[in-house]
Design a protein around this ligand. Structure first.
Ligand code: ADP
Ligand code: MG
Length: 718
């Protein structure tokens, strides 16, 4: 008997190479394989009569198998299986390399369905490595009609394959497991009441429906069930976090409204409605004494820093209970040195008249404001000295990079943690900063990635959400234009004018290097490397041009960004990974090559790079596409008011693929990502997870569910 835990090599004869490939695919047990779902069903290939076959066609054939045999090649000892497929109109040879089990599984005269590409051999046509499966009977009309008939067979699952592990192999392996598995051991993790409430199939039924469906509806129902299951796991994780966090204690952070208003008045602008709302919610959370966990989502330039600075001010102006001399502390973490430095400078400006000490700690050193000698300026100090002052509470606000998480950094009264561009940090890093204190620090996470609600509710389900869905008034919208191939020259002339007037520009290309011309199917898109060359030698000879990609060393990247910031580079050619959040106000133009290759949310992020200045900004969207659908999509980007609108549109259109979020990073499968298009499903899973955790925190009544959640978390936190 096979159980869910049975290891695959105990069920199947596998070569050592196959074992390795399976392991790399994350498939170790029979359960893993059962959870390897088809990427699609059926085939678009027509069913044909053998007499009508043409070389190069992808076809489905039905017929009887003859002359089945397996030989080893003389030299490589690779097993080769041969057979002849016969229908009433003719015969064709079939050959399988390295799949000796074929001959064993399909005896003489088996009735089969075969799918593959017709190839021209030396003597005759044949099909190599066709997909094959047994059928009970041959469909009527095939083989004896001159017309191909429609494939009436049940849906045929197609799995994503690897070398030596074909879709066909996976199909048969799964069918074998399904036939032999001990159904008592195949426990359904989802409670029965939940299944029936949402009309979802049981685990066993869903497995059959997803791997061998009779109807598309069944396959869809099965997919929906598995998607729900995954979202439920994530939601249970988040519900646990929320539950635990609600029981923890935090510093009560509270000062008078008068003091808060006076701080806000130091900004040379009034807060937007959205900023005021977000700030109110945050200040309310901070008063409660249980930890705040809040995600502040706001488009690039929506003014998150001012909100965060005000929250920092309130914390740094609150005394620890029973103490009048010292104050609570704030840790402010940013993903890069440039950003951390930028925030440090801004904070000095905001806090200038408040006599608050501010520290900066990064990989390359430490600074402190104010300096002893000049009260207006910051000064370089040793890390040891800075950390001493942080530990004894003399530095209320510490800004930094990952260096903030190091063990050597100890706070006396850490009350508030702010994480800027939080999607750049792992969940683990977030926890690390938070978990080592007697009183849990409040957490304010910030991101400029517009995330649709479903995704936010799932991935950041342990966080409450505040949106800054409004830009400060007076921002000139970026002049965005679609550029067709014949307009390229004109746009280059325009860009030249912009550069000559002293501004700078980004050019974004989809690729790092040029594709290998010998390889088929590689993206035929512009690369940073050759675009730098082309622009330098042919188009903008008189300007300083440099390329930057994710492949560069971090140090080189930083150095180039810095030179761009200083104005020493005029055109920065980059992939879409150009540093998030970096503020180069003088860069007012962005050219996006092969724009059709980017998701809407990503295009919006790119455009955000030039939204930071009082000069008119330009975004040129280059495309060579002829597809009306693609042009329409780009048009919606041109006219979109904000990133949230676009993110929702993107999710509907392309699934998670368009989001600059890596599903693996969050331990959410592609299937679950698919489910995120369905807000009802996500809300249902969130509701059920919350109820389950409230009634039974350790899920004692649902051991299988508890086990699966734990397993998932273990992988995800690695
Ligand atoms: P982000 O949300 O992308 O982090 P920032 O906080 O860096 O944005 O703000 C971008 C710019 O907008 C800064 O120069 C900031 O001073 C300015 N700003 C913030 N809030 C307002 C406002 N309410 N009115 C005008 N300008 C503002
Ligand atoms: Mg920012």
């Amino acid at each position: 008997m096979v159980t869910p835990q049975t290891l695959l090599p105990q069920i199947f004869k596998l070569s050592s190479f196959q074992k390795k490939v399976l392991e790399r695919m994350g498939l170790k047990t029979s359960y893993d394989l059962l959870r390897y779902f088809p990427s699609r069903y059926g085939s678009l290939s027509p069913t044909k009569s053998i007499v009508l076959l043409n070389v190069g066609e992808e076809v489905v054939l039905f017929g009887k198998l003859k002359n089945v045999e397996t030989k080893k090649t003389f030299r490589s000892k690779m097993p080769i299986s041969n057979a002849t497929l016969e229908d009433t109109t003719g015969e064709i040879s079939l050959v399988w390399f390295n799949q000796p089990y074929i001959a064993k599984m399909f005896g003489e005269n088996s009735l089969v369905r075969v799918e593959g590409k017709v190839t021209d051999g030396k003597k005759e046509i044949y099909i190599s490595n066709p997909k094959i499966e047994k059928v009970g009977s041959l469909p009527e009309g095939v083989g004896d009609s001159l017309f191909g008939s429609k494939d009436e067979h049940s849906l045929h699952p197609i799995y994503s394959e690897r070398k030596s592990i074909s879709s066909n192999w996976i199909y048969h392996a799964i069918q074998k497991i399904l036939k032999n598995i001990d159904s008592n051991k195949l426990e359904d993790p989802i409670p029965k009441e939940i299944l029936s409430k949402y009309n979802l199939p049981s685990l066993r039924t869903a497995l059959i429906w997803i791997h061998a469906p009779k109807k598309q509806i069944d396959a869809d129902a099965a997919r929906k069930r598995f998607a729900f299951e995954e979202v439920l796991y994530v939601q249970l994780d988040r519900a646990k976090e929320r539950f635990l966090s609600n029981r923890e204690k935090s510093f009560v952070i509270n000062i008078s409204d008068k003091e808060i208003s006076s701080f806000i008045n130091t900004f040379n602008f009034p807060f937007t409605r959205a900023q005021n709302n977000a700030l109110d919610t945050i200040l309310n959370d901070l008063k409660k004494g249980s930890p705040m966990s809040r995600l502040l989502e706001g488009d690039v330039g929506s003014g998150k820093t001012a909100v965060a600075a005000t929250a920092s001010f309130v914390a740094a102006s609150t005394h620890p209970p029973g103490r009048q001399s010292s104050s609570l502390q704030v840790a402010y973490m940013a993903p890069t040195e440039i950003l951390a430095g930028q925030h440090f400078e801004s904070f000095i400006e905001y806090f200038a008249k408040y006599k608050v000490n501010i520290g900066l700690i990064t990989g390359s050193g430490a600074r402190k404001f104010p300096s002893k000698i000049n009260k207006e300026k910051s000064t370089k100090i040793s890390k040891t000295q800075l950390l001493k002052w942080v530990a004894n509470g003399e530095i209320p606000i510490l800004i930094g990079t990952h260096s903030l998480i190091q063990k050597t950094v100890r706070f006396k009264n850490l009350a508030l943690i702010i994480i800027d561009e939080q999607h750049r940090f792992g969940v683990k890093q977030r926890m690390q900063l938070r978990r080592k204190h007697d009183l849990t620090p409040h957490l304010l996470s910030m991101t400029a990635t517009p995330i649709p609600r479903t995704l936010a509710l799932t991935i950041f389900g342990d966080l409450d959400l505040s949106l800054l869905d409004e830009l400060p008034p007076g921002r000139k919208p970026v002049n965005t234009r679609i550029v067709l191939p014949q307009e390229r020259e004109i746009v280059y002339k325009e860009l030249e004018q912009i550069l000559l007037s002293g501004r700078q520009a980004y050019v974004i290309c989809p690729r790092v290097n040029d594709p290998d011309p010998d390889k088929e199917n590689t993206l035929n898109a512009k690369s940073v490397k050759s675009e730098v060359e082309r622009l330098k030698t042919k188009i903008f000879k008189e300007f300083k041009i440099e390329g930057i990609t994710g492949k560069d060393k971090p140090k080189d990247k930083q150095e180039k960004m810095q030179r761009f910031k200083n104005g020493e580079i005029q055109i920065l050619v980059a992939t879409s990974v150009i540093e998030v959040g970096v503020n180069v106000p003088n860069a007012t133009a962005i050219l996006i090559e092969n724009a059709e290759r980017f998701g809407l949310a990503q295009l919006h992020q790119l455009r955000g790079r030039v939204l930071r200045s009082s000069h008119q900004a330009h975004c040129f969207v280059f495309t060579e596409t002829k597809s009306k659908k693609t042009i329409d999509r780009l048009k919606s980007f041109v006219s979109a008011k904000n990133g949230f609108e676009l993110a929702e549109a993107d999710l509907k259109e392309r699934g998670s693929g368009g989001l600059s979020i890596n599903s693996r990073q969050w331990g959410v499968s592609d299937l679950a990502m698919e489910a995120l298009r369905n807000i009802k499903m996500v809300e249902a899973a969130r509701l059920e997870a919350t109820l389950l955790i409230q009634q039974d925190f350790e899920l004692k009544k649902h051991p299988e569910l508890a086990r699966r959640v734990l397993q998932r978390t273990a992988v995800h936190m690695e």
